[in-house]
Design a protein around this ligand. Structure first.
Ligand SMILES: Cc1cc2nc3c(=O)[nH]c(=O)nc-3n(C[C@H](O)[C@H](O)[C@H](O)COP(=O)(O)OP(=O)(O)OC[C@H]3O[C@@H](n4cnc5c(N)ncnc54)[C@H](O)[C@@H]3O)c2cc1C
Length: 360
């Protein structure tokens, strides 16, 4: 007899604003040219830059780190300093260490106080990664190599204790109660023309599938679903930090106020992974802030699916359910450096999600 497959059960998301445990804001370090991964000589230091990853820092981290590592090793000098302890600093430091060079990380902040700790935690390798018109001609191919390398390296963390990286099903909901428009802050006027390269990876990530009405409980007109790679950021950062320390790396708390302070370091090679901080430290105004806010609901371990509805994303993580109202376009938050949480924005998103669970 053929087995009978039941439709999956969906534990309802509890959208009561009373379950909000915190609201965090982060700035994506966007560069129209794409991330800066190149060598510069500053005084006697060989400085390798690795910053400006927009909304894709976690996703591209390993591939970008490999490119920066190769530049750092090229000169043959050691030991090495890495400035920054976010997604980019941790993965870069680990890759250099694993290539055999001693590494010290110097950073003003560590997890959970870095901006990386405030990311949504999904595979989004081309999110605000460059502007179509400003990226160099070879950038799409370099981006693809970084993304493919990262995709493979993230898999090494799937299935480990704490699920630093795991796949869950995301349901994209279209139409529905009131069929309102996108929810989120108003977009900044203007048009950047953000580059999209997702098609270059169409053989890589799982595909989306249209669901029949009897395959889901959502009161909407159309649903597509696909497995997505997610990052339990708190656990991922902890495991990266522990691996770095256990393998012989050192972390020193230190803030640099001017590039001339790099001269104080004993290391002849300095890898600059300061993210949005590079704008102030190196006076690099090509780094543009793109504000993004996350509302955190207390964890609901029984919620094992992600949603995308009216531009709101909901991702269940072990450290909380992250809700982000993305608004009408990628221009939302562009040029906005205000990191003040906005509770009204969070409650608006919860109210829209509540309509999906009204009868649950
Ligand atoms: C709302 C939101 C959601 C996001 N979601 C995702 C997602 O789902 N997936 C994804 O891939 N990306 C996501 N991103 C993007 C991602 O968060 C960034 O690309 C990433 O955090 C950048 O990492 P980083 O290590 O370069 O920077 P940071 O995390 O900012 O780390 C910089 C490090 O440098 C240090 N530093 C900076 N300046 C100095 C200084 N002067 N002296 C000493 N130390 C210094 C800091 O203390 C810190 O340790 C999101 C971004 C936002 C805003």
């Amino acid at each position: 007899m053929r087995p009978v497959f039941q439709r999956p059960t969906f534990a309802p998301l509890l959208t009561d604003p009373g379950r909000l445990s915190r609201i965090t804001v982060c700035l994506r370090p966007f560069r129209a040219q794409g991330p800066r991964i190149e060598v510069e000589t500053l005084g006697e230091k060989r400085v390798v830059h690795n910053y400006g990853h927009g909304g894709a820092g976690w996703s591209l981290s390993w591939g970008s780190a490999a490119a920066a590592r190769d530049l750092a090793l090229e000169g043959g000098q050691r030991p090495m300093a890495v400035i920054g302890c976010g997604a980019i600093g941790l993965t870069t430091a680990l890759q250099i260490l694993r290539a055999g060079a001693p590494v010290t990380i110097y950073a003003a902040e560590r997890t959970p106080h870095t901006r990386s700790a405030r990311a949504t935690g999904v595979w989004s390798p081309d999110s605000r990664i460059a502007a179509q018109a400003a990226a160099p001609a070879d950038f799409p191919a370099r981006w693809e190599a970084m993304a493919r390398r990262s995709w493979v390296d993230h898999h090494a963390f799937v299935g480990l204790d704490g699920d630093p990286v795991r796949f869950i099903d995301q349901y994209n909901l279209h139409g529905g109660p009131g069929a309102g428009g996108p929810v989120g802050p108003a977009a900044t006027p203007g048009r950047v023309g953000f580059a999209r390269f997702g098609d270059r990876l169409s053989d890589l990530a799982p595909w989306s599938r249209e669901l029949r009405p009897d395959e889901h409980p959502f009161p909407v007109d159309r649903v597509t679903a696909l497995p997505i790679m997610t990052f339990n950021v708190a656990e991922y950062a902890r495991q990266l930090t522990e691996a770095f320390l256990m393998e012989g790396g050192r972390i020193v708390q230190r803030t640099f106020n001017h590039p001339s302070e790099l001269a104080d370091l004993a290391e002849p090679v300095v890898v600059n992974c300061t993210g949005y901080g590079a704008r102030a430290l190196f006076g690099d105004e090509s780094v543009v802030p793109v504000r993004g806010q996350i509302a955190w609901l207390t964890p609901q371990p029984e919620v094992t699916y992600a949603l995308y509805y009216r531009s709101i994303s909901m991702v269940p993580r072990h450290d909380g359910i992250v809700i982000q109202a993305n608004g009408s376009s990628q221009m939302v938050g562009y040029g906005v450096a205000d990191e003040t949480p906005d509770r009204a924005e969070a409650e608006q998103a919860l109210a829209a999600l509540a309509t999906l669970f009204a009868s649950a």
